[in-house]
Design a protein around this ligand. Structure first.
Ligand SMILES: [Zn+2]
Length: 249
């Protein structure tokens, strides 16, 4: 990733230089490229979902309510983690005129500050939603998606500050939290799920979607793709009457 440490602005208005770069890997450019790809996967349809990237102390965020496949680097918000004192009164280094900050911001910030993530992706994928609906129909364990003995599980790290990836026989566990009318109100339960499952890289939101993060953009994207694959697989397995876990009858 290109170095983007904060520097005194050469432009006088709104630190616009923070989102201007010819480097395709600059966070402001990369968020737009990723969101366009995610739109075509059905992950960010109808302005839902989004992506945020952290580069050291700087966090780059997509705004609220924009068509994610048409987003431009000049639409991106930038904030400094060190400058944040009150989550209810967030300070932005750079804010696009006539747009609103995303309600996902406190959830992305939780991944950056509690897990030292470099990227967090929020999807409204139908497979993620369907999996939470299937879990809802269970008599027990409605708040955890678990799957094992599937090759794609190897796409996940073992956990926060742990080396290596899960193995074929390991069980991948993704906690599920309940949805709220306002996205920002999910923050507390997302943080609680992170505390209860310290090794998780993702949290499902019932009837809503998924938050997934990683140390790097590459890792977050890989895990987002692997999870969507596994959610789709689980839904299809359920239709065929095949259990997700080898030890479930
Ligand atoms: Zn959402």
């Amino acid at each position: 990733m290109a170095p983007t440490s904060f520097q005194e602005p050469t432009d006088t208005h709104n630190h616009d230089h923070l989102v201007k770069s010819t480097d395709s890997q600059h966070p402001a450019n990369l968020i737009c490229t990723l969101c366009e790809k995610f739109y075509h996967l059905g992950w960010v349809a109808g302005t839902g979902g989004g992506t945020s990237i952290r580069d050291n102390d700087l966090v780059y965020l997509a705004p609220s309510g924009v068509q994610k496949e048409l987003m431009k680097p000049e639409d991106i918000y930038v904030l400094s983690i060190a400058q944040q004192k009150d989550p209810k009164n967030r300070i932005y280094l750079r804010a696009p005129p006539s747009l609103k900050p995303s309600q996902c911001t406190p959830l992305f910030m939780a991944a950056f500050t509690k897990r030292n993530a470099g990227c967090c992706i929020h999807t409204h994928s139908q497979w993620a939603v369907l999996v939470t609906l299937l879990l809802e129909t269970r008599p027990l364990n409605t708040n955890i998606f678990e799957i094992n003995n599937i090759e794609q599980i190897k796409g996940f790290g073992k956990g926060f500050q742990k080396q290596g990836n899960l193995g074929y026989h390991d069980t991948l566990r993704i906690p599920v939290i309940e949805n709220t009318p306002h996205e920002e109100d999910l923050t507390e339960s997302l943080e609680t799920a992170m505390d209860e499952y310290p090794d998780t890289y993702a949290v499902l939101v019932r009837r809503h979607g998924l938050y997934v993060w990683g140390e790097t953009v590459h890792k977050a994207k890989t895990q987002a793709e692997s999870l969507d694959y596994l959610f789709q697989l689980a839904v299809e397995m359920k239709k065929l009457g095949i259990p997700w876990l080898s030890d479930i009858a």
